[in-house]
Ligand binder design. Structure first.
Ligand code: MLT
Length: 406
């Protein structure tokens, strides 16, 4: 008799954003005349930068000619992209990363969900609350947690991010082996200083732990004081893996291209206490389970780093950042305590009422979709997240509707 992986039964029945999409679809069916504005899932709405489109087209043409056609590419990504990533995102910030430490992939979601499989089943994991659900769910699937009671899985060390700590969690009180961090944060929009990030790196070094650092929203950092990569912190190469993506940076959510940085110094240990380098293990996993991102998509991603591409990406980020400024200003003017929205595309709003009730209220009365904070964890209860990813026109319309509805 075929048996299932019963860990899946511990999960909530559907993924947060699928759950929201279902509710929105039901509302739309019942109210076909009501226009809905989606400020829920952080999905970009603007076209790819022209530089990317041009490179994409040229690469497709190469695929149409026997002389330039490409079959399987390197699983880790083409050198042309890995070299550009290093030269633009790491070297100028003093981060000593080499191109062969970059693993190109189809998304930071997939990588941050998959990476846990190279670690042992009985490790202790620290996960922020609220949190991007993938970190937690992928560990539940792998059997590293017990059951969920009262919105908390057994065997997880939760790192509470609250109004009191300005959404910057304290170091774990007990030793942990794997730590998930995300800055600029999803969902709170909080950013971390280099000094504070150093305390996490130091903790990881002292405890022989690894930090999984999700920097998918790095492009929104405008403030020079805010670190754009964990590798700006000394010692991070030995204890940190970083996830980055072209999704929010350059509108690639539907095009799919991202990368994970696994420095060759970063290690984990076997049961005898012997050291193993994660780079080799991740490379092994990548080659076995992944066949690389398509050549045209990697060419489009490479164009992000051209002069033209850089300017177009800047304009794209400015556009969404302006939306974030508007949301932050309007929600604050309505008397709501807000976090994020600066150096981040998400505004984290203290609704003081049940998150899902507030979500329903905004949907029913304003036709605006947000994300209920409780969907990101227990500490998200009483909050909603509004995303800046939509057109300026829709953001202005949504804010006017919310003003009327509240
Ligand atoms: C979000 O809304 O939190 C993100 O768009 C989800 C994702 O990047 O997968």
């Amino acid at each position: 008799m075929i048996k299932i992986n019963e860990n899946y039964l511990k999960l909530q029945s559907s993924y947060l954003f699928s759950n929201i999409a279902k509710r929105v679809a039901a509302f739309q069916e019942a109210n076909p005349d009501k226009g809905i504005i989606k400020l829920g899932i952080g999905d970009v709405t603007r076209a790819l930068p022209q530089a990317c489109i041009k490179a994409f087209h040229l690469a497709v043409d190469e695929m149409a000619d026997d002389n330039t056609f490409k079959g399987y590419g390197p699983e880790q990504g083409y050198d042309f992209l890995r070299e550009k990533v290093v030269a633009n995102d790491y070297t100028p910030r003093g981060a000593a990363i080499s191109p062969d430490e970059i693993f190109v992939s189809d998304g930071a979601k997939c990588d941050s969900g998959n990476i846990q499989e190279i670690f042992a089943g009985d490790i202790k994991i620290a996960i922020p609350d609220p949190v991007y659900p993938v970190y937690l769910d992928s560990n539940v699937m792998a059997g590293r947690t017990g059951h969920s009671n009262n919105d908390r899985y057994e065997n997880i060390v939760y790192l509470d991010s609250t109004r009191e700590n300005r959404f910057l969690p304290d170091l774990p009180r007990e030793p942990v082996d794997l730590i998930y961090l995300c800055f600029p944060n999803n969902p709170t929009g909080a950013t971390i200083s280099k000094d504070l990030l150093k305390t996490w790196v130091d903790y990881a070094r002292e405890n022989k732990a690894v930090i999984l650092y999700d920097a998918a929203y790095e492009a929104f950092i405008q403030d020079d004081e805010v670190p754009r990569s964990i590798y700006e912190v000394q010692g991070a190469r030995e204890v940190a893996i970083e996830f980055k993506s072209f999704s929010k940076t350059a509108g690639f959510t539907g095009t799919r291209c991202a990368f994970t940085v696994v420095p060759k110094d970063c290690a984990a240990y076997d049961t005898k206490g012997e050291k193993h380098f994660i780079h080799a293990l991740w490379n092994r996993r990548h080659c076995t389970k992944f066949n690389g991102v398509s050549y045209p998509v990697q060419k489009a991603a490479e164009a992000v780093y051209s002069e033209e591409g850089k300017n177009q990406v800047k304009a794209l980020i400015r556009y969404y950042q302006n939306n974030a400024d508007i949301i932050l200003k309007e929600m604050s003017a309505l008397g709501y305590e807000c976090a994020g929205g600066k150096n981040a595309p998400y505004i984290w709003i203290y609704s003081e009422t049940d998150s899902w009730e507030f979500f329903d209220h905004l949907l029913n009365k304003a036709g605006v979709v947000c994300t209920p904070g409780a969907g990101f964890g227990r500490c998200g209860q009483g909050f909603i997240r509004i995303s800046a990813f939509n057109s300026l026109e829709n953001v202005e319309k949504a804010m006017a509707r919310i003003k009327k509805a509240l």
